[in-house]
Structures are given as structure tokens and as C-alpha cells.
Design a protein around this ligand. Structure first.
Ligand SMILES: *Cc1c(COP(=O)(O)O)cnc(C)c1O
Length: 408
């Protein structure tokens, strides 16, 4: 039984007021279905913000967690743990990487990436090589370094001095990068598909151009694949789609299928500038997290799961298009694979959050990405039946919004 003294109102009284969650409280999930305190059922098109790539309570993840929970929970980095080694082997075998660092959250993986890039550059090229180039509307996490590199002032302002020597230029604008990149640049940091920023997809020409510029100026190319990696685009990592290779890549969100874990991947020549003590974390690569992530990795990295992503995207878009023919709320579809955005039509601009709210009231969980884009980041295993039901709910939500409009 749920505890009904634990209410949404209580949240507003006792939690740090940095979130504004919807009114119902989820207590149970299975696949892409969620139940709230009252037992009402919801369809989950949000996937915990691209985290629950295998849905809720996948039996194999439960088994992995259960198995590990009876063996070893935590030992610290004073000791080697087998689960972390095993997961690192898988990441290395399937990517460009030769070295792995585990942390607990996306921001921490990026923090490690940015520190490594500066450390490497200073050691190899001198004290002045600290410039970081990043992009407008980028999101890299909420630590002070990661909000400084992120391209959204609303997340970075108000906390005193930011980290310096960080430059922001427009996404997909190679000429803008050319104007700021120089010998003092240590890294260019980019999400191949911007998540929080609105589902913009980097063009192949742009990423190939960044690769060439980084090579020319001895800067490291860092891909933040925290949201777009681990199968989300239909390939294991989004960089596979582009035929170029980053120097550092960060992964999190779907990596643990819902258990907190993140990773920073890089090459040996970059990693080997660091030594014991240069960086660290107490929990990173925790045995429980790695045990779950090992199994999540094996499931996600199967051809049928990865191929299913494009099939499901088409199914989502077909449904959205049907809704759109009736209500004309969307202007275009964005993103890649199951990182899908629906851009609102001109007369609904700025109202993404209202759509999210109305969807929740009509039993379907969706997200916004900025104020003009509805974001869908469901389980990679979501079934046709779950999509169908969720879309019926979404249509009801949209009908209410458009109808409320007409009556105004
Ligand atoms: C979510 C996200 C982060 C931050 O991850 P946290 O686990 O919230 O620290 C960083 N970069 C991208 C692209 C993300 O989507």
C-alpha cells in the first residue's frame, strides 16, 4: 500500500524547491506502464528522461541487482571490483575507447571529461591551453564546471564566478567555431543531438568539420552522449552515425537502465597523462550499478533491440501525424531514433510545459525540451500496444488544450 501521507503538497513544503513535478506520484512500473498512489495507470513516453531504456522493472535487470545485492555492495576504489572491469571491457570492445572512468551521474562524467581535457592540454602544450568551445543551448549537467560549459545562462547565472575561458557559439555553425578556435583551445564539447536544448541534430558536415579543426589545433573533441548514446539513435552510440571518432565520450542516463552510473571513455594516450590521485569518486563504478549496467549493456547492444529503435520512431511519428492532421499542433519532427521531438506549431509556441502537464492529467508521461518542443524518450522496448494506448491519451490531452483555446 502507498503511504498517502506522502503527498505532492508535502513535496512543496520540505524539498529544495528546484523542481515542479506533476501532481500524481508514481509508485510502481512495468515495461512502459506506471501506476500511481491511487492505482491509476499511465503510459510512460518519457522513460525517466531517456534513462529507463529497457522500461521499468526489466526481469533481467532485477535478477542482476538481486544477484549482486547478496554478494558485495561497495568496497571503494581502494579495491578493484569485477563488475566495473567487466563493464569497462564491454565499453572498450564496442567503441573507440581504450580507457574508462566510472562515476555516478552525467555531470560527474562530464566534469571528469573537462578536467581531463584541460589536464592533458596543460601537460602537453603548456599553461595557456585551457580554452573550451561549447554550443548555445547545450546542456552538460549542473555542477559549476558543467553549467559553465553548458550554453544556457538560466542554469549558470546567479552562482557567482563561473569557470572562465569557455566560449559559446551557435550549434551547427562551423564558421562560428573557426572564428574562436585557436592554439589555446583544449577542447570542443558537443552533444551530437542536443537533449534539453531542443532536439537539434548535428549535421555530418558540422561534426566532420569540428573533427578537422580539433586535429588542426591539437584540441580534444568531446562528445556528450549522456542522453543520445546507449542505443537511443538506433546505434550503440550516436557517433557511429557520423563516421568520425571523438577523443573523449561521456555516457550516463541509459547506461544503468535506471540505476545511477556514468562513464567517461577515452584513448590511452590521453588518459595516461593522469596518475593515482589526479581525479576520483567514492561511489563511481559501484558493484551494484555495474552489475546492472553490464546486463543492460548486453540487452541494448543486440541487433534486434537497436534495429527496433527506427521502427518505433516511425510508429511514434505516424501516430503524431494522425493527431496533427486533426489538431495542427506540430510543425516538424526533430531528433533521431527514440530521442524524438515534436516542434510546436506557431500558435502554440512557448507552451510545451502546458502540453506536458495536460498529458500527465490524461495518463501519459511526456517531456518538453525547452518551451517549444515536446520530447519523447521512451523505453527502447516499448510495445506497439503501449504506444497505441499512450497516443490515445495524448490525443485527449491535446484535444483539451486546443478546445480550451477555441472556447477562450
Ligand atoms: C542529463 C544530461 C546531463 C547531466 O546528467 P546528470 O545525471 O543529470 O548529472 C549531461 N549532459 C546531457 C546531454 C544530459 O542529457
Amino acid at each position: 500500500m502507498s503511504e498517502l501521507r506522502l503527498t505532492r503538497e508535502l513535496f512543496d513544503k520540505i524539498m529544495l524547491p528546484v523542481y515542479n513535478p506533476v501532481s500524481f506520484i508514481p509508485t510502481k512500473g512495468k515495461g512502459s506502464r506506471i501506476w500511481d498512489q491511487k492505482g491509476d495507470e499511465y503510459i510512460d513516453f518519457a522513460g525517466g528522461i531517456a534513462v529507463n531504456a529497457l522500461g521499468h522493472c526489466h526481469p533481467k535487470l532485477i535478477a542482476a541487482l538481486h544477484h549482486q545485492s547478496e554478494r558485495l555492495w561497495h568496497t571503494s576504489n581502494v579495491f578493484v571490483n569485477e563488475q566495473a572491469l567487466d563493464l569497462a571491457c564491454k565499453l572498450i570492445k564496442n567503441t573507440f575507447a581504450e580507457r574508462v572512468f566510472f562515476a555516478n551521474s552525467g555531470a560527474e562524467a562530464n566534469e571528469a571529461a573537462f578536467k581531463l581535457a584541460r589536464y592533458y592540454a596543460i601537460r602537453n602544450y603548456g599553461q595557456k591551453k585551457t580554452k573550451i568551445i561549447a554550443f548555445e543551448n547545450a546542456f552538460h549537467g549542473r555542477t559549476l564546471f558543467t553549467v559553465s560549459v553548458g550554453g544556457q545562462p538560466k542554469y549558470a547565472d546567479g552562482f557567482g564566478p563561473k569557470l572562465s575561458n569557455i566560449f559559446h557559439v551557435p550549434f551547427n555553425d562551423l564558421d562560428a567555431v573557426k572564428k574562436v578556435i585557436d592554439e589555446d583551445t583544449c577542447a570542443v564539447v558537443i552533444e551530437p543531438i542536443q537533449g534539453e536544448g531542443g532536439l537539434s541534430v548535428a549535421s555530418p558536415h558540422f561534426l566532420q568539420g569540428l573533427r578537422k579543426l580539433c586535429d588542426k589545433f591539437n584540441a580534444l573533441l568531446i562528445f556528450d552522449e549522456i542522453q543520445c548514446g546507449m542505443g537511443r539513435t538506433g546505434l550503440l552510440f550516436a557517433y557511429f552515425q557520423y563516421g568520425i571518432i571523438p577523443d573523449i565520450l561521456t555516457s550516463a542516463k541509459a547506461l544503468g537502465g535506471g540505476f545511477p552510473i556514468s562513464a567517461m571513455l577515452t584513448r590511452d594516450d590521453i588518459a595516461s597523462t593522469m596518475q593515482p590521485g589526479s581525479h576520483g569518486t567514492t561511489y563511481g563504478g559501484n558493484p551494484l550499478a555495474c552489475a546492472v549496467a553490464n546486463v543492460a549493456f548486453d540487452i541494448i547492444n543486440q541487433p534486434d533491440v537497436l534495429c527496433g529503435v527506427e521502427v518505433r520512431r516511425r510508429c511514434f511519428i505516424a501516430h503524431l501525424e494522425k493527431i496533427n492532421q486533426k489538431y495542427a499542433v506540430f510543425s516538424q519532427y526533430l531528433g533521431m531514433g527514440l530521442m524524438l521531438g515534436a516542434h510546436l506549431a506557431p500558435s502554440y509556441l512557448g507552451q510545451a510545459r502546458e502540453f506536458v502537464q495536460s498529458a500527465a492529467e490524461n495518463n501519459v508521461m511526456i517531456l518538453n525540451a525547452g518551451s517549444n518542443v515536446l520530447r519523447f524518450t521512451p523505453s527502447l522496448l516499448i510495445s506497439p500496444d503501449e504506444i497505441e494506448t499512450g497516443m490515445q491519451y495524448l490525443e485527449q490531452a491535446i484535444e483539451k488544450i486546443t478546445c480550451g483555446r477555441r472556447n477562450r
